[in-house]
Design a protein. Structure first.
Length: 322
């Protein structure tokens, strides 16, 4: 009899997810359908003892039922290296606690588990800063603590977008013009008066007409449809968490060009599931922590993106390198 694969997931509280939209739940339902044994953990369940990564996990059963989507067993402490696969699906903020968790998961990886996405990559590839490795794919961008540099950037480019480096879901994103009297306040708020780094980018007006497109990339290859997140009439942000509407569309030539440039580099570093955010043909973020968009694209185009991810995981598990 074949041994069943064991999959652990590290995520935010499962009781708080949005059933209809949650990509992690889609992954878990697909894995369970393939016979994986599932175990649930949060960051608080991880610990490191004498170099061994441990977790206080609970057996997990998931259901395609919006009223009752999970059941949990009793907590059991075991070595994380004993799992075949660990899905790291904890949402940002990308703070020091998140970084500490990657050290624990890297010890699990060294003990034999396939961690998706790879812990070292999660540490190294800040979703906004890592765009600097592909400047030819991105709009003009400045990362700085210096507010005078930010003002000069605004004078050069006109309307700009200002964001913190650690957030998600459209939180604390500002669009300002050089004549905006609130511009200095925005810079002070994001940099904490010059004591921390923030990012400013040239504003891309295409967000209004074509949206902020999320392109899902699995092991270096794109899903053939993007989720264009369109801002509501009362907000400049396309993020679904900020009230944007997700409209699927086929990838265009520029989308595929961007993926061909960035995707192989991500796959080579163990980033199996990534979301590229594209506005007007420019990459604005490279999401490696817990990309979303699976459920919306599945529903609009009859896909099963989680199965594509599980196929990639199966290939990695079978590879001699692993």
């Amino acid at each position: 009899m074949a041994t069943r694969h064991r999959l652990a997931v590290v995520m935010d509280p499962i009781e708080d997810i949005k059933f209809a939209k949650d990509s992690t739940l889609a992954m878990l339902l697909a894995a369970q359908a393939r016979g994986y044994e599932l175990t649930y953990l949060t960051l608080a369940d991880l610990h490191l003892r004498d170099g061994v990564a441990l977790g206080r996990g609970r057996a997990l059963t998931v259901h395609a039922n919006p009223e009752h989507w999970f059941d949990l067993g009793e907590p059991v402490v075991e070595a994380l290296g004993g799992f075949d696969v660990i899905l790291m699906r904890k949402d940002p903020p990308f703070d020091v606690e998140f970084i500490y968790s990657t050290y624990i998961l890297e010890r699990a990886e060294l003990a034999g588990a396939l961690v998706v996405n790879r812990p070292a990559g999660l540490r190294d590839m800040n979703e906004k800063v890592y765009t600097a490795w592909f400047p030819d794919c991105c709009a003009p961008t400045l990362i700085t603590r210096d507010m005078s540099d930010m003002r000069a950037f605004a004078a050069e480019h006109g309307r700009i977008v200002c964001k913190p480096l650690h957030g998600m879901g459209g939180r604390s994103i500002f669009v300002v013009d050089p004549a905006d009297k609130n511009m200095q306040v925005v810079f002070e708020t994001l940099t904490d008066y010059g004591s921390r780094f923030a990012i400013v980018q040239r504003y891309l007006p295409e967000i209004v007409t074509t949206g902020d497109a999320r392109i899902l990339v699995i092991d270096g290859e794109p899903i053939p449809y993007a989720l264009a997140r369109m801002p509501s009439g009362s907000d400049h942000r396309g993020n679904l968490a900020a009230g944007g509407k997700g409209v699927g569309r086929p990838l265009n030539e520029r989308d595929r060009e961007l993926v061909s440039r960035i995707g192989p580099a991500l796959a080579a570093r163990g980033m199996l599931f990534v979301g590229l955010d594209v506005i007007g043909g420019y990459v604005t973020e490279i999401n490696v922590t817990s990309p979303t968009g699976i459920r919306e694209l599945d529903q609009q185009f009859g896909l099963c993106i989680a199965d594509t991810l599980l196929d990639a995981i199966a290939r990695r598990l079978a590879s001699p390198r692993h």
